[in-house]
Design a protein. Structure first.
Ligand code: MEV
Length: 388
């Protein structure tokens, strides 16, 4: 039975968790049993959750699983994954094994550089202003770097500044990009602070007005790229390889399919993003915008090698951190890094891109052979057997 209630509550955020819960219980008619489920914060203390976001009444749990058999750049990894979808982890573990004979996944080096955008409007002379900004790059860099002495000490900071005149529906603007090496952080905090710090000086230089000062999630200076060879026989033979190449051709030619193709990639990447306490929305935004840069396309590419094996490559921006925010405070995020055996952000992204490629092949393999429902049904059967 649904209840009619007013959603207008003033000062909800000022209440304690218990008071908020009691109010919601009364408003929507939660039972005692439902309330006690909400009261179970698991390994978190309610106070910890209460300071992460506003209006907290509970903590939400999902399965935490381990994908096996991964070798990336010659090292073995057990990969923690948080997600609700059956078959995904099993398929990734299964297909990861098919790369081992051919050296596993090769992930490239990833510069940890993020873009901070500053939007300048009402500029009198765009050309002159661009020159002015260019001429004062060094001062701007120094000013930005002053905001984060620790980052600078560790070798990070602003590496360059790009100046981009932009025609918009509101007239000409200049967009300044701060290219910031954020080292092991996702980077939003450092970059946003720096973008805000240089804004007044940019207004002075251009006699314009600054509005937005914010990180871009299209992290094209933080590209993760990997490659792997998937064994033909283990995949299920020539016909399955052919089916995967056909699936890839389909995705390249059709946006409706490309969307789902890329969703399969993100099944892996987002599960690891969550397991390590990173920002899933930032990763999704970056991935799909990158896929759309020249007309929405599959993020991966496939070909067949001389032995008939499948060779896959995946490239996407990956702004994953291991310090800051939830990555340090969420107990499972810390344990995830321990399971992975990782102590730097670059390596985390190198593993994530490998997992994305593997997940993609796992989905295409299932689709090109038995279909994905068979795997789901096997799991369903296991559940039924466990029940009886
Ligand atoms: C389901 O979560 C993911 C797939 O749809 C991906 C794909 O179609 O490639 C199976």
């Amino acid at each position: 039975m649904t209840m009619n209630y007013s959603s207008e509550i003033s000062g909800f955020y000022k209440l304690s968790i218990n008071e908020r819960l009691a109010l919601i219980k009364e408003k929507v008619g939660l039972t005692d049993e439902e309330t006690s489920i909400l009261k179970n914060f698991g390994y978190f203390k309610p106070e910890q959750m209460d300071i992460l976001i506003e209006n907290v009444i509970a903590s939400y749990q999902l399965p935490y699983a381990i994908a096996c058999n991964f070798m990336v750049n010659g090292r073995d990894y057990l990969i923690p994954m948080v997600l609700e979808e059956p078959s995904v982890v099993a398929a990734a573990s299964n297909v990861a094994r098919m790369t081992r004979k051919w050296g596993g996944f090769q992930s490239e080096k990833i510069p940890q550089v993020m873009i901070g955008q500053v939007q300048i409007v009402d500029i009198k002379n765009t050309e002159e202003s661009v020159k002015e900004i260019e001429a004062h790059k060094e001062e701007l860099i120094t000013l930005a770097n002053k905001q984060d002495p620790i980052l600078i000490k560790l070798g990070g900071g602003v590496e360059d500044i790009e100046v981009r005149p932009l025609d918009t529906i509101k007239g000409p603007m200049i967009i300044v990009h701060l290219l910031v090496n954020v080292l092991d952080a996702m980077g939003a905090n450092a970059v946003n602070t720096m973008a805000e710090a240089v804004a007044p000086y940019l207004e002075e230089l251009t006699e314009g007005k600054v509005y937005l000062r914010i990180i871009s999630n299209l992290a094209t200076h933080r590209m993760a790229k990997c490659k792997a060879t998937f064994d033909k026989e283990m995949l299920g033979g020539e016909e399955v390889v052919e089916g995967i190449i056909n699936a890839y051709a389909f995705a390249k030619a059709d946006t409706y399919r490309a969307s789902t193709h890329n969703k399969g990639i993100m099944n892996g990447i987002i599960a690891l993003t969550l397991a390590t306490g990173n920002d899933t929305r930032a990763i999704e935004a970056g991935a799909h915008t990158y896929a759309a840069l020249n007309g929405y396309s599959p993020l991966s590419t496939f070909k067949v090698d001389v032995n008939g094996n499948l060779v896959g490559e995946l490239e996407l921006p990956l702004a994953l951190g291991i310090i800051g925010g939830l990555t340090k405070t969420h107990p499972l995020a810390r344990i995830s890094l321990k399971i992975l055996g990782i102590d730097n952000a670059e390596e985390l992204a190198q593993v994530a891109v490998a997992l994305g490629l593997c997940q993609n092949v796992a989905a295409l393999r299932a689709l090109a052979s038995e279909g994905i429902q068979a795997g789901h049904m096997r799991l369903h059967k296991r559940k039924e057997q466990k029940k009886s």
